[in-house]
Design a protein. Structure first.
Length: 451
């Protein structure tokens, strides 16, 4: 008996230590079993307390009266499947007649407390079927991406969602996106994960970094074109617009609309073209869009209008030509001048890191997901990288990208430097990869020696 008590104390101590120091290990060893048993044993009473039950049907009441049996109680949604995951549980429910998926979504916070889990989110799979994703611990506190992800062409994993699922940046589903965030909020890390995920793929990367290239130029070996000032950015965007027009001419020439070709083979964008004729898709990353929109003189105002017009044209017409925009900034509102709101309307994907005021969050989600505005302004300062992401459908979720240092991103780009396509239209903007020139040290006034 003594050895049994010692072994039990060791197990309890090990479980407590893992829960404190390694919550993911605790969940995989102890937590998933305890949580599954807790959900199954409490399911009926919890659903009744949360108002997610319906009265018994008339035929069941009539059958009880005819057989002189007790009156049946209320019925909860039927459990179709309970599946454990590396971060939580997935519970699939079949709703009873008269129930609505919105009722389940409104009760997620009460279900979280009742089942003693960290988070519960719901989504409707189809009519009458709802899926509850439950997380057993805070997956955003220490992000650990799964070893295997569903990576496809133009679709890369960049972050982890609060429900434990992987957040993908799918350019074919969401062509253009806007990323906002204050200084030290995690925008640069999010951008590095994006570049590192695209580096192994057959895609051309084009960067515009008006902070003298300090963010993107270290990754230059994987970029087909780079601009580090507004003047070069204006010329680069004009070259992209010309390239887009040439791609449309290619699509028109290879559209195959004769009567003897089936309708499914008619080309309307680059992905309908044969592989040997398909142009390389291009992802344009703008590091700080406000630097392109600000001006102080009349000459700079003309340059600014030229840049914003080119960006708006690429956002409106670039998808079919395989040109995708990824625009980052601290603010992106109407104070940046005319054409900004029109450009923002074309950016379907929205991601907001920690912002300094509510108006900045409204710039990202005010027109698509008002509920996400409150979540964006509540991101704490001690958790850089946490962001709220959404799209034009109105859905949103909290995400956090794994911490990727600049050295790790540079190593990834250098390792896949041979994947960098050479586009003739962008050849003048190809970054020079020679040895860096020596930079003289800034003059520092020395303090007078003490007497």
């Amino acid at each position: 008996m003594t050895w049994f008590m010692v072994a039990l104390l060791l197990v309890v101590a090990t479980a407590g230590l893992l829960r404190w120091r390694r919550p993911a290990w605790y969940w995989l060893t102890f937590g998933v079993t305890l949580a599954a048993l807790r959900v199954l044993f409490r399911y009926g009473s919890v659903m009744d307390a949360c108002g997610l039950t319906v009265p018994p049907s008339r035929w069941r009441l009539a059958l009880a009266r005819a057989t002189n049996r007790p009156v049946p109680g209320p019925r909860a949604p039927r459990i179709l499947r309970l599946r454990p995951t590396r971060t939580g549980l997935v519970l699939r429910l079949k709703l009873r007649p008269g129930q609505d998926a919105f009722d389940v979504a409104a009760s997620c916070d009460r279900l979280r407390h009742s089942f003693a889990l960290y988070g519960v989110t719901s989504r409707e799979l189809r009519s009458g079927v709802v899926e509850l994703r439950m997380t057993g611990y805070d997956v955003l506190k220490r992000v650990q991406m799964p070893a295997q992800t569903d990576t496809r062409p133009m679709r890369v994993p960049v972050a982890l969602r609060e429900d434990g699922a992987v957040h993908y940046r799918d350019y074919r589903a969401v062509p253009h996106a806007l990323t906002l965030g204050a200084t030290e909020s995690g925008k640069s890390v999010y951008q590095r994960n994006l570049v590192a995920g695209l580096a192994p793929q057959d895609v051309a990367l084009v960067g515009i970094d008006c902070k003298q290239g300090v963010e993107l130029f270290p990754l230059a070996r994987r970029f087909s074109a780079l601009a580090d000032n507004p003047d070069t950015a204006a010329e680069l965007l004009d070259a992209l617009v010309s390239h887009m027009e040439d791609v449309y001419q290619l699509i028109r020439a290879e559209q195959r609309i004769t009567a003897d070709v089936p309708d499914a083979e008619i080309a309307a964008d680059i992905w309908d073209l044969p592989a040997d004729l398909r142009p390389v898709p291009i992802v344009v990353l703008v590091d700080e869009v406000a630097e392109l929109a600000l001006f102080a003189t009349r000459v700079e105002e003309k340059r600014r209008d030229r840049i914003i017009t080119a960006l708006a044209r690429l956002a409106q017409l670039g998808r079919a030509a395989g040109i995708y925009l990824e625009i980052c900034g601290q603010r992106f509102g109407s104070e940046l001048g005319k054409g900004i709101t029109m450009l923002r309307a074309q950016l379907t994907g929205r991601t907001a890191h920690r912002v300094n005021d509510e108006s900045s969050a409204n710039m990202a989600f005010g027109d698509i997901a008002p509920d996400a505005v409150l979540a964006a302004i509540q991101i704490p300062t001690d958790m850089p990288g946490v962001a709220v992401t959404g799209d034009s459908t109105g859905g949103w979720a909290r995400i956090r990208a794994p911490h990727t240092t600049l050295r790790q991103a540079v190593n990834t780009c250098n390792r896949h430097a041979d994947c960098t396509p050479d586009l003739p239209a962008l050849a003048p903007f190809r970054p020079a990869l020679g040895a860096p020139k020596p930079v003289p040290a800034p003059a520092v006034e020395s303090a007078p020696a003490a007497a």
